[in-house]
Design a protein around this ligand. Sequence first.
Ligand code: ZN
Length: 709
Amino acid sequence: MVTLGVMNMHTPLAEKAIPFAIPENNWDASEASNMSESELLLYRSNLLGADLTVTNFGGGNTSAKVMERDPLTGEEVEVLWVKGSGGDIGSMGLDGFSTLYQEKLLALESHYSGDEDDDKMVGFLPHCTFNLNGRAASIDTPLHSLLPSKHIDHVHPDAIIALAASSGGEAATRELWGEEIGWLPWKRPGFTLGVQIRDFAKANPNAKGAMLAGHGIICWADTAKDCYDQTVRLIAEAAEYLNGKLESAPAFGGAVTGAREDRAEIAAGLMPRLRGLMIGDRRKVGHFSDDAATMEFVGSKDFHRLAELGTSCPDHFLRTKIAPLTLDADRLEDDAYLAQSISDYRAMYGAYYDRCKRDNSPAVRDANPVVVLVPGVGRMTFAKDKATARIAGEFYLNAINVMRGAEAVGDYIALDEQEAFDIEYWLLEEAKLQRMPAPKEMVGKVALVTGGAGGIGAAVARRMLQDGACVMLADRDEGSVETVHGDLAKAFGADVVRSVKCDVTDEAQVAAAVAECAREFGGIDVLVANAGIASSAPISETTTELWDKNFDVLSKGYFLTAKHAWPLMEGMADMGGTSIVFIGSKNAVAAAKNASAYASAKAAANHLARCLALEGADSGIRVNVVNPDAVIRGSRIWDGDWRQERAGAHGIDSGDELEEHYRQRSMLKRSVLPDDIAEATYWFASEASAKSTGNMINVDAGNAQAFTR
Ligand SMILES: [Zn+2]
């Protein structure tokens, strides 16, 4: 209910700006005491990268010039160790560094005659490789090779970029550091920037570093420790300076909209609708955040003016696109408004491409917004996978911090549009994109799996994750689902798995689980209704209670999950549709002796699947059923009573004999395992079965009674 009680549902407006965090100096002399020069470089890099107030994810690079023995000539040569292409200085190991002959790097300048040679110079870098190191040198290498200093750090801390992207930044730099730190105008990374920094250092022998306008800072020292100390100190001084300015006035011109108390619900309702409108080659995964800095920004007086300007640091805008899409919180229920907003954004992006493209520019890329901002609600990001969406959001948070600081000392200056375009559509960047392997089948898709803590549920989740899906595990057993969640997160990464407590017989819990999936990932592409129970009793002993319990879980539970996931799945019709898979049972088609309640409830669910297949076809929702039989291993329904009861019904022991009994009973004489059910479920979930709906597959090692007809 977006439009109701807007005023009194907001939290009070904050009066003080959020301050910049001050980085700490974490150098441990005893830890560093026995390290080699390259190990010290790694130690310093990891310390810097681990602190998000020092540099953003994947940003920044560090170097040291080290004497090494040449493996070919045996002579001592100077080698530049510099963070290579890709990776992150916070988590990298020694193999993340490129190693290059410093002498050869310096000789490259004979091939350079000016700005227009920047791209050409990149091609020479591999010729300077020392010791056959396979780590590609990054485009920032000349920033490190041309400067004579032994140790160099180049980082992008929010507090530094805030100064670098402000009209008052140059004066503030002089006020703060005098001759110690210089100021160089914006220049995109490359050989020319390296030459400019080198020439600046030569002309200013007292300087220890330089601010790079719109970008970050580079600073140098004689030892690894001095370099680290200096980098941390400069960032701390910039942050303290900005905090002093922020104390006197509220951020972004003051607050006008407080954070809505129902913002999480609004995001859950909004994200699947936006995602369905973002037509493109592949579907996207969403990420929602309502952190304090975002809420301060989107609720501020200057929000629209600043958001429109876009981001500054190239690291930021490469992840976030030139500008975010901003939405009016009072019109979120209006479908036509949302559709028009996305379409306008795509047109704006197309116009930017047309204005800035050059003769040899790569073709226009996906025009959908990455960052969506709503006052009072927060920030949503959409990208090809969950990690990319989350990281894009974090980069926008960096951009917000930059704008807050920049506006406190002057006017925020965004990156020039043509400069932004030239980086975004840089031919070398395009070559990197073209080399990327095709994404796996399920990348961009979100699966909700009920009964996710059980043997079949966990196997289904694992199978989806293997091919790149995001998975929300829902289960009424909170402890077990958390354990499975932990195991899967360890195997596939924390970004792609979530879990929620959900009893499928409780409509409110089902609705909440669906909303959680929408908020965590942006929607649902695959629903696997799997939560089940089993019971065994002759008709005379089947109580009404037992009958109802079976129908509650197996029939009503399937109905409720499908009903609540339905609106989200319908919305993906234009993106190739969605898939519902019911985990049925052999007993849904074959009569079972002494299990009438269970078998009848399963039969009801299977017929529900056929009805939904008919109803969903127009919206691209496919509905199919996998019928397992006797999947004993890892199953929770086979624990306890049901196991005893079925063993009793067959007159055998309930231990290993039971599994053997079912194996022998099957036509193929094979045991049916959770992974077998997962494989069939995966097939129905994937595009491989795109032409199939209203069907069922038996996975029972052969059972003539269950043959469909
Ligand atoms: Zn940089």
